[in-house]
Every structure is written in structure tokens, then in C-alpha cells.
Design a protein around this ligand. Sequence first.
Ligand code: GDG
Length: 484
Amino acid sequence: MSNRLPVDRVVDEAGNASWKQSPGGLVTALEPVMRAADGAWVGWAGQADLELEPFDNAGIRIVPVPLSEADLEEYYEGFSNDTLWPLYHDVIAQPGYHRVWWERYVQVNRRFADATARVSAPGATVWVQDYQLQLVPAMLRERRPDLLIGFFNHIPFPAYGIFSQLPWRGQIIDGLLGADVVGFQRVADAGNFSRAVRRLRGYTTKTPYIEVPGTDAVPARRVIAKAFPISIDVAGFQELAESPEVQARARQIRADLGDPETIMLGVDRLDYTKGIGHRLKAFGELLAEGRLKVEDVTLVQVATPSRERVESYRQLRDEIELTVGRINGDYGTISHQAISYLHHGFPREEMAALYLAADVMLVTALRDGMNLVAKEYVAARSDEDGVLILSEFTGASDELRAALLVNPHDIDGVKDAILRAIEMPRQERRKRMRSLRRRVAENDVTHWSDSFLATLRNTRGPGGWAGSVLPDEVEWTLERTTKR
Ligand code: GDG
């Protein structure tokens, strides 16, 4: 279950609608598991006020949950993206606390829980993805105590001093504790969660266990809170980057940029957590001080459009584009632009070609659950070349220790890292890239999903589900009959 379904609705010129699987690591990782288990994916179809019956797509049962325009404004853009997102990213932007957003978040989470309770087989495994659905585990457990429930948080879980700002902090903790396993990106996130549980509920915790006491109606339970760092489809990405077309395209990109000595690259959703402004500031200062010249170095910045209806994202776009315009205006020449700024999405092939063309990859996030771009860059570089500059505030920095690690708030430190990357001898580049590639190869996205699901299954012990009677409203048999 995830907020967004893994399929996009496409309508052709004749007005016929069909579904296309959206490319993404999560789908790649879960597709084989879902097929083998005859699984269903519950989520929103991406369009407001669209009521759809469940259907099959590429071997996966798709169960759409409808969202109205008001749900989108209050549950998604409001509570998810303007309350939880900034709060969980250490209050980089001010979170909005609005009771109507919260009420809508509860309602929509209930809708997701109901839809899932209806279609889950007796004793089924349900895996809930991400911060938009934190209340679902407890809601689902209440309706279907037979289910095995996992939850994975893709974004950071903040320290208690920050989390405690949330007026509904207790309810969120109770919602998550409905799961048998609560997964996080970093060990530190799991620790923050356990501390919040102790502070708010006083339950006993002994890493990775949390003891949830029982009541007259429900027995005591043991929940696991643990880190499962997510990754990418390493082999798939490497194969893509090794294809002759992508290699040729990388050479073309270099030539089109005027064959500069160094190409630096940033690839991010246009989000204030990604530290795009900090990176531009560092680069701008290096140009101003004459330590870099536009004839020698070009920065390509892909800023994929994101959450454009949220005001803070509109402001961010204005700020970034003002800065890019200033730097290009101040330092560009007729033949050389300092920054090649691209505010649109690209196909995966083009992303891979950009990674190959980039001598230096800049990941300067102020806070990031994992950061898959860093891992993709490494996976693409079979040539064992290229330097990764990586913020220590990303989950990826726990694994990718051979990168040039930076504190993005320390602009002088970022400037030094950029110069060091540009001047790094080939031998050191190779040594670092080899080490990074070993780490990325050890943990691909299938390893991530397998280890999460194995941990979840193990919580049930060898006997499995005991097979008690299901609540009356479960229509599972009916749904399955329709499917076949
Ligand atoms: C959240 C957490 C965590 C981007 N632009 C294009 C494009 N992308 C792809 C990248 C990468 C993915 O999107 C972005 O992943 P990130 O991890 O960098 O960041 P978030 O979107 O913020 O993701 C994050 C992640 O969840 C997974 O748990 O790592 O911390 O914030 O794969 O390549 N792909 C294509 N065109 C684009 O223009 N094809």
C-alpha cells in the first residue's frame, strides 16, 4: 500500500484510457514478490475524483482509493507535504499545524485501511509505505487482527525535540505501533522513533523491540523498529548505463556543453530539503573568487518539478531560478554558461547518460531519508571514474563512506570539496569509486525488500497465522472470485 499507485493513467488521442506502469525502484523490487503472492497494490490513481473498480495490470491487482480535490488539498498537500514533510526533515521549513488538515489525514488513512481490509486474504501480509499513511497500521490491525503488518518510512524520523512539536504526536506513534515491523532508512531514525515511544507512551524498549502492553480486549504485542536502508535496482541501472546508446548520448552531452574540462551535476526534485541553493552559493562564490572559470567548469542542474501547488515550493522555485539567473548573468559568456538549469523530468536513459557525463556529482541535501540519486550515480559508473560529493545528512552517507562527505551548511567546506573533486588524481578517483561500487552492489533494492519481508514473517514464528474467524465485513472471497 502506498499513497500513489505504481501505475499512471494515459489517455490517447481517441480518448481511450489505459494504464502504464510507472518506473521506480519500489515497483521493480516488489513486482516479483507481488506476482508470486498473487498480491494487490492499494493506492491513489493520481487523478482527483476518479472512482475506479479494482483491475489487473501486468500481473498485479490494482485497488484504487479515490481522493477528492479537498482530500488532496488537506491530506496530501496540507498535512503530508506541509506538516509532516518539513517537520520530519528537521523543520528546514516551518510546518503548518492545522486541525482540518489533521482531520482529513485521519479520514483518508481510514479509507486506505478500509480498502485494504476488504481485499486482504486471511492472514495476509500487508506492507504500508511512507509517511502519508502512518495511521493505517493501527486502523488495519483493529479491523483485521489476522494480518501481518509492516510499515516503512522513506523519509527521516526526527529527534524527539522536533517530533514533539506535532500536536498529534501521540496518535502518530499509536498508528505506527499497529505494525509488527516499523522500518526506517537509518539506525538513527529507528532510535528516534523508539525514544518517542518511550517519552510519549512509557513502553519498554530494547533495541530493536518495543513492548506494547495489552488491554482487556487485545493481547500484549512486540513490535520491531529497525533500519532497512533502501537501495536501487543496481544491475538494471548498470545495464542501462552500459548500453551503447546511453554511452553515445553521454559523449554527445559533453560535446553539446562545449567539451568543458569538468562537468558537475545535480539531480533533485525541486525541494527545499535537497540543498540546491547551498550548492549554487558555493559554486557562485568559486566563480566570483576566480578559483573556477566558466570556460573550464559547467554545472548541470536538473530540478524536477515537484509539489507545485504548495506555496513553499513555488517560493523555492523563484529563489533558485533567481540565483541561477544571477550566476549565469554575472559569469556566463556568449559561448559558456555557468549553469545549465533544467526544470523538467527526463527519461531514465537520459538520467543515466547525465551520470556518465558528470565528472563530479553534487548531493548536498540538508536532510534526506536515503537519496537514491547518489546510489544511481555510483551504479552507473562501471568505468570506475567520477567523484561523488555527498552530504552527511543523507541516509546514503551511512553506507557511502568513500564519497567526499560534506556538511552542506558549511559553504567553505563545500567549496573545498568541489575543488578537491575537480583536482583529484585518477588513481584516487578509481579507488574511491571502487569502494563505493562494492557498497552499492552489496545492498540492492531486492535485498532491501527481502530482508524487510523476512523480518516481518519471522515475527509470526514457525506456526504462522492461527486462522481465527474473520470479521463479517471482509469481502475477500468475493473480490478474489471477481479477479479470476
Ligand atoms: C524519497 C526520500 C529516499 C528524479 N528526477 C527524475 C528522476 N528522478 C528519480 C531519481 C531517483 C528518484 O527520482 C529520486 O529519489 P531520491 O531518493 O533522490 O529522492 P525523493 O524523491 O525525495 O525520495 C528519499 C526515497 O524516497 C526512497 O526511499 O531515498 O530520501 O526523500 O531514482 O533518479 N527519474 C527520471 N526522470 C527525472 O527527471 N526518470
